[in-house]
Design a protein around this ligand. Structure first.
Ligand code: NAD
Length: 363
């Protein structure tokens, strides 16, 4: 099979879909890898590294799309890429179809076979190709929170860990899933006073077992949330109800409970956000103030740490891509219920029920 890697064209996207070691694995298995030149530069990976791994370098995305049997990407195809995708071509990437009718129609019209990272579910019921990005965003949320609590960034001027004789920052994490647990772990390492809220008691019991003593686990209800907002220097929004818009846990009115200069990092903004006053921002203009509370609501946080995110993503996508390359798409789908969960569109037909339902398309 010929595997093609075009350079990502979405704004603020520095990741690449294949590492040089991945190219080497494909070549060793008898496949060919075609990569657009400079695809890896944003992640600190050079053209030479891909050449040494046995990949073929080409100058344009057009050449990649024209030759490849399977395209591997990071972000959903952009409108300028739609026309390049060929009928029957496998496209393996994050799609998030439900967020865009234009993309869904574009992929239906292209006749591509769309395997979506975000819907691939393993036998344990988890989403292994989504998890690494939640790990990145969770850890990064504390890094960003620490920065924006600094006075020159319009924060209160608070050091997360305090110092002997001065209290550390109070951090409230709404949601104790992958993002929340990773945020808590890093915040605890800073010696902050960390509080995770969740509605899943089994999850709270687990977190209580594994987290260090400076992490409290609390049941998430209106009273606990409002009390936490009064104490918090930093609030992390990390809730998720799979397949649904994030529940709104903090209203505009609630912001009045918070201290001036406190910071909200709403990681869940990509699902609509769990703070009423959240709206998506970008890495080039990440924050805004409402009622003296600084909001950071970047919808693609992992993009800023492209190198870490590229390695984290490629580590988990490569085995699936190798499997598709080895067996071909139809045999791979027939043999793997997990890959079937990744299939969203097959040559003009929507094969994912929620996507079909979102746009009232035949399924
Ligand atoms: P997850 O499913 O692992 O965890 C979500 C947690 O929220 C669960 O433990 C659930 O019980 C809890 N929850 C649900 N309702 C709640 C409520 N009312 N109060 C408290 N907790 C509640 O999800 P995740 O992987 O941690 O992702 C969290 C969010 O972060 C998602 O919206 C995801 O899309 C988003 N995300 C954003 C970025 C970004 O760049 N902004 C990157 C990765 C993930």
């Amino acid at each position: 099979m010929i595997v093609g890697i075009p350079k990502e064209v979405k704004r603020d996207e520095y990741r690449v879909a294949l590492l040089p070691v991945g190219a080497e694995e494909f070549v060793r298995a008898g496949h060919q890898v075609i990569i657009e030149k400079d695809s890896g530069i944003g992640s600190g990976l050079t053209n030479e590294q891909y050449l040494e791994a046995g990949a073929t370098l080409v100058d344009t995305a057009e050449e990649v799309f024209a030759q490849a049997d399977m395209i591997m990407k990071v972000k959903e195809p952009q409108p300028e890429e739609f026309a390049l995708i060929r009928k029957g071509q496998i496209v393996f990437t994050y799609f998030h179809f439900a967020a865009s009718k234009e993309l869904t129609q574009g992929m239906i019209d292209s006749g591509a076979i769309c395997l979506a990272y975000e819907t691939l579910r393993d036998q344990r019921g988890t989403l292994p190709l989504l998890t690494p990005m939640s790990e990145v965003a969770g850890r990064m949320s504390i890094q960003e929170g620490a920065k924006y609590l600094e006075k020159p960034q319009m924060g209160q001027g608070i050091l997360l860990g305090g110092v002997p004789g001065v209290a550390p920052a109070h951090i409230t994490i709404l949601g104790g899933g992958i993002v929340g647990a990773n945020a808590a772990k890093i915040a605890a390492g800073f010696n902050a006073d960390v509080n995770i809220l969740d509605i899943n008691m089994d999850r709270l019991r687990y977190l209580d077992d594994v987290m260090p003593p400076n992490v409290n686990v609390l049941f998430s209800d209106r009273h606990v949330i409002r009390h936490q907002l009064q104490l918090a220097d930093l609030v992390i929004g990390a809730v998720l109800i799979p397949g649904a818009k994030a529940p709104m846990l903090v209203s505009r009115e609630d912001l009045k409970l918070m201290k001036p200069g406190s910071v909200i990092i709403d990681v869940a903004v990509d699902q609509g956000g769990c703070i009423e006053t959240s709206h998506p921002t970008s890495h080039s203009d990440p924050t805004y103030l409402i009622d003296d509370v600084l909001h950071y609501c970047v919808a693609n946080m992992p993009g800023a740490v492209g190198r870490t995110s590229t390695f984290a993503l490629c580590n988990v996508t490569l085995p699936w891509a190798l499997r598709v390359a080895k067996n071909g798409i139809e045999k791979s789908l027939a043999e793997s219920p997990e890959l079937q969960t990744a299939l969203n569109i097959h040559t003009g037909r929507v094969t994912n029920q929620p996507v079909a339902a979102t746009f009232d398309l035949p399924y």
